[in-house]
Design a protein. Structure first.
Length: 635
């Protein structure tokens, strides 16, 4: 969009040249600004995909924050950061907003490298209070006096990390503002005891009625009744906090303000102005509607939480051909349901992502065997360990990137006790547009050295089915990782079979070298081998390793002994990944002297956002990249 069109269609927004400009607008202009921000977000996300409903819900909140806090001085820390689109638009990124989440475009999350107004990088949840507290401590050590504000959602408040931050903040008594953006939603409906406590909405009206009735009773007490009533009246704040969510936060020594209507910008601005003058830790509880201002998103905030391309007029998802295929997530979910039919010890656990991890169908079918623990990946794994210790067969479905949080629980609670826990790491590999915070490219590296754990990755949909059945039949812990998105349309198995642990399969014969590939890289490796043959007449073998731990050692050593080179291909970080594991095996068996080995994978740097296809091409791990590497290897 040219500057001229921007000015015509979004005049108020285009006039914001720096965040401070928001403070100069009158009420009418602010209303127009809010409307233009929403329109811009809907229009852009309909074309790029992204976190629509969370961002639409905080338009007024963002404007109110910028009316009172100056991000050139004050620090604003967004939790998860998936709701920060309005903030991006008001802090100098309007002209690049159309590149949201696109290759080389702006990120879908706050990034310190993207803007001086992004004070803390984020993408995973529940970090904001700890980070903001660290900033407040640094400010005090430097004798500065700016404000620090953390904005955290009710879903993100289900993680223990948030309470670790609250606990220290209350103990230190630092000047810190925490804004709790409560829309009663995580991605799905928020869960847990805290969520129902927060949403108890003990409204002012309820408290006032209670007070009125109590006061009239007190006044009837002879002689001292009026004094007691007067004391109680003065104690309104503590009375209110006793009966509202304030009770919880006051216990952490926060001053609690709320609950407030989060779309009333004038009121929010006033409250933030007053909050600015207060000292110590303060929690402002704001009630918002997820998807506010866009009917489809208000009606179905889960679908529009993170959405693909859609028609802005209707909200209907844009269909692409690939959509006809089931995703790995769907294959996992339906297979799990099937396997659970045969074994009632199978239970499913998700950490606030039943839709994303494909276990919603399981939840519907077996509600008593399904647990959504909230955004608590660490707890999820230890909870599974507890279940397994009593003979159950828990399946923990968590995205690879979020499983990073559970490393110690996997080591200490699951593997050390050799428990029957199946860890299903969805979104293993490059996830695409969510970018660096979300790529699941470290799981093989952080799992493969843990004793007792079996680690595997399927090459296609039926192999995922077989691997899930294998995991559930295995006596011990198993980690299974599979990619984001659709597979290749391979026909599904009616009855999944159990695979021999630590055995791969030779998919293509050849004597001019061998490609050893894992998971999603197997099919591109096969294609590359076929193309190489067409182009050069050279025949390279292709081996699907299936297992990272235990490695198919005998098969790999036999290939090493018979082939001139071995090309190792994976969609994981090269350091410590699958290729490293094979190299260790080969070195330990003196199998390297007559063998040239090359590795393809994710290099030792963070990979930014872009489509999976673009990123794989850029990293040279797609068909063409593998073919190029083969051309360089064959002689
Ligand atoms: C550690 C971690 N686990 C899971 C997620 C996936 N996730 C992103 S947003 C979200 C829901 C957050 O709910 P809330 O904080 O209330 O924000 P809302 O979307 O309601 O605005 C989840 C589960 C994540 N980003 N980080
Ligand atoms: C912000 C966040 O962490 C999630 O919303 C995530 O973006 C979902 O990713 P998928 O789109 O792969 O389910
Ligand atoms: Mg929420």
């Amino acid at each position: 969009m040219t500057e001229q069109i921007l000015q015509e269609l979004f005049p108020t927004l285009a006039a914001i040249k720096s965040p401070g400009d928001v403070q100069t607008l009158d009420e009418k202009e602010l209303t127009r600004l809010g409307e233009e921000i929403r329109r811009m977000i809907i229009q852009t996300v309909s074309a790029t995909g992204g976190h629509l409903a969370p961002s639409l819900g905080v338009v007024e909140l963002t404007m109110a924050l910028l009316r009172v806090f100056n991000p050139a001085r004050d620090r604003i820390v967004w939790d998860v950061g998936h709701q920060a689109y309005a903030y991006k638009l008001l802090t100098g990124r309007l002209d690049r907003f159309h590149t949201l989440r696109q290759l080389d475009g702006i990120s879908g999350f706050p990034r310190t490298c993207e803007s001086p107004y992004d004070h803390f990088g984020v993408g995973h949840s529940s970090t904001s209070i700890s980070a903001a507290l660290g900033m407040a401590a640094a400010r005090d050590l430097a004798h500065q006096d700016h404000k620090v504000v953390a904005v955290i959602g009710d879903g993100s408040m289900t993680a223990g990390l948030a309470y670790e931050g609250l606990n220290q903040a209350g103990g230190l008594g630092k000047d810190l503002v925490v804004v709790l953006n409560d829309n009663e939603m995580s991605i799905s409906r928020n869960v847990g005891a805290l969520s129902s406590f927060l949403s108890r909405k003990l409204s002012k009206r309820w408290v006032q009625r209670f007070k009125k009735e109590a006061e009239s009773i007190m006044r009837q007490i002879p002689k001292i009744g009026d004094d007691i009533a007067e004391y109680a009246r003065r104690s309104e704040d503590s009375l209110k906090s006793f009966f509202t969510p304030g009770m919880l936060f006051e216990a952490f020594r926060f001053t609690y303000i709320g609950p407030l209507q989060g779309h009333d910008m004038r009121m929010l601005t006033n409250v933030f102005q007053q909050t600015r003058e207060l000292e110590g830790p303060i929690l402002v509880h704001v009630l918002t509607k997820k998807g506010k201002g866009y009917a489809p998103a208000e009606t179905n905030p889960t679908f529009y939480h993170g959405v693909g391309c859609f028609e802005p007029e209707t909200g209907a998802a844009r269909k692409f051909d690939a959509c006809a295929l089931p995703s790995y997530t769907e294959v996992f979910g339906s297979t799990l349901c099937k396997l659970a039919e045969e074994d009632e010890r199978v239970v499913a656990i998700t950490a606030a992502m039943p839709e994303g991890t494909g276990v919603s169908c399981f939840a519907d079918k077996y509600p008593e065997r399904f647990f959504d623990v909230g955004i608590c990946e660490q707890h999820a794994v230890t909870f599974a360990a507890g279940l397994a210790s009593q003979g159950m067969k828990p399946v923990v479905a968590i995205y690879s990137t979020f499983m990073q949080r559970s490393y110690d629980q996997i080591v200490h609670d699951v593997c050390l006790q050799n428990l029957n826990v199946t860890l299903c790491l969805d979104r293993g590999g490059l996830v695409g547009e969510d970018g660096a915070t979300h790529h699941g490219v470290y799981d093989l590296s952080f799992l493969r050295h843990i004793p007792n754990l079996v680690v595997m990755a399927p090459r296609n949909e039926p192999e995922l089915q077989h691997m899930l059945a294998t995991a559930l039949a295995f006596d011990g812990p198993v980690a299974l990782r599979y990619p984001r998105g659709v597979g290749e349309g391979a026909p599904l198995a009616q009855t999944p079979t159990i695979l021999p642990i630590g055995q791969g399969e030779l998919l293509r014969e050849g004597t001019d070298g061998v490609v050893v590939a894992l998971g999603s890289r197997v099919s591109p490796a096969l294609e590359a081998a076929r193309m190489l043959c067409e182009e050069t007449g050279k025949d390279v073998a292709v081996f699907n390793a299936r297992f990272v731990k235990p490695l198919p050692a005998e098969q790999l050593l036999a290939l090493a002994a018979s082939q001139p080179f071995m090309l190792l291909v994976e969609e994981n970080a090269l350091p410590g990944g699958f290729g490293s594991a094979v190299l260790e095996l080969l070195a330990d068996h003196d199998a390297l002297s007559n063998l040239r080995v090359r590795r393809l994978g994710v290099p030792d740097r963070f990979v930014e956002h872009g489509s999976q296809k673009e990123l794989r091409a850029r990293l040279g791990i797609n068909r063409d990249g593998i073919l190029k590497a083969l051309h360089a290897l064959v002689r």
